[in-house]
Design a protein around this ligand. Sequence first.
Ligand SMILES: Cc1ncc(COP(=O)(O)O)c(C=O)c1O
Length: 377
Amino acid sequence: MADADCYKPGGMRLVPSYIESLAPYQAGLTVEEIQLRFGIQDVAKLGSNENPLGTSPFAVEAVKSQLNRLHLYPDGGLALRKVLARMFNLKVENVITGSGSEGIMANIIRTFLCSEDEVLTTESAFIGFQVLAKSRGVNYRTVPLKDWRYDLDAIAAAINDRTKIIYLANPNNPTGTIFTRQEFNEFYRHVPERALIILDEAYFEYAKDNPLYPDSMHYRFDNVITLRTFSKIYGLAGIRIGYGFAHEQLIGNLLKVKLPFEPSALAQAAGIAALTDKEFLHRSLELNARGLRFLTESLTKLGLEVVPSEANFVMVVLPSAGEADRIWHELLQQGIIIRPLKAFGLPNCVRISTGTDQDNHRCVEALEKCLAAQARS
Ligand SMILES: Cc1ncc(COP(=O)(O)O)c(C=O)c1O
């Protein structure tokens, strides 16, 4: 953070210049917005990588069971930390919980970054991370994607004396691609101990059975923090609960900075219960695998470029930004919400989350119609 960020000739700035230059985060459109705007009741929400099966009934019951205890402060996430430590064979000191994995990301940024430090990641990184890192006012450096994947060699080559945080999402949002265990091992040899790697595994559950996937729990590197979430496969995006694993020294420092009563009691109860619902997890994985296969094959047959995905969404690369915008608008008018990726820095791409089988079919039919209309015009 330079002086000019906080001061201008003649005095102090009310708002630092690096905050003033940011745009607020634009969440995906809601079902209600589309119902209101287009008068369509049946809306398919395929824009935010949520679980189309909803929430585990175990989690819903757990939340209900807490409703007469709302006058009590929560325990700062300790109960969930203990459950996760048992589940992953760790000490509780190696685990942190927060209001979504973004909540923990925010704490990492507050805890470890000094003003002269730099953040290094890929171009078009997960937008939530971009927003958080840029709001700290430090230098934010990126390296281009290579074939829609993290270019770990280029990231390693870009590390300098000021690089403090390296952010890697695996699988990546919005491309859905992964880097392999071998690629990560090779990359890690180039990372100095004083740099912190955030391994964002928001889509871990979808990718974990791929034998090439480097489940970061198999690493006990001292400067890696793994982040995971209940927002995706566990269907708890609305309640805000996530967790992280790291060396106890890193977790100990994060605990000094985190809001004392985060996560909320309801979020924590939901998370603990969701972990026990193996049947829900299994059904969610099956539906997603079917959806990924169907979307990838059908859209490819329509002549679209689809990036093969290991997550719960696919990215479609279109010939131009105009075409991406047109498709997004036309699908909206038919009650299908997908995600345009201009804000990620990919204006000619859209992202489509897997939905129910019915929603997936509806989306492909709508796209087919949209492409046929374009061909006729
Ligand atoms: C890569 C990635 N990380 C983190 C998150 C945010 O997760 P949470 O809801 O736990 O904050 C998302 C959500 O879309 C994501 O795609």
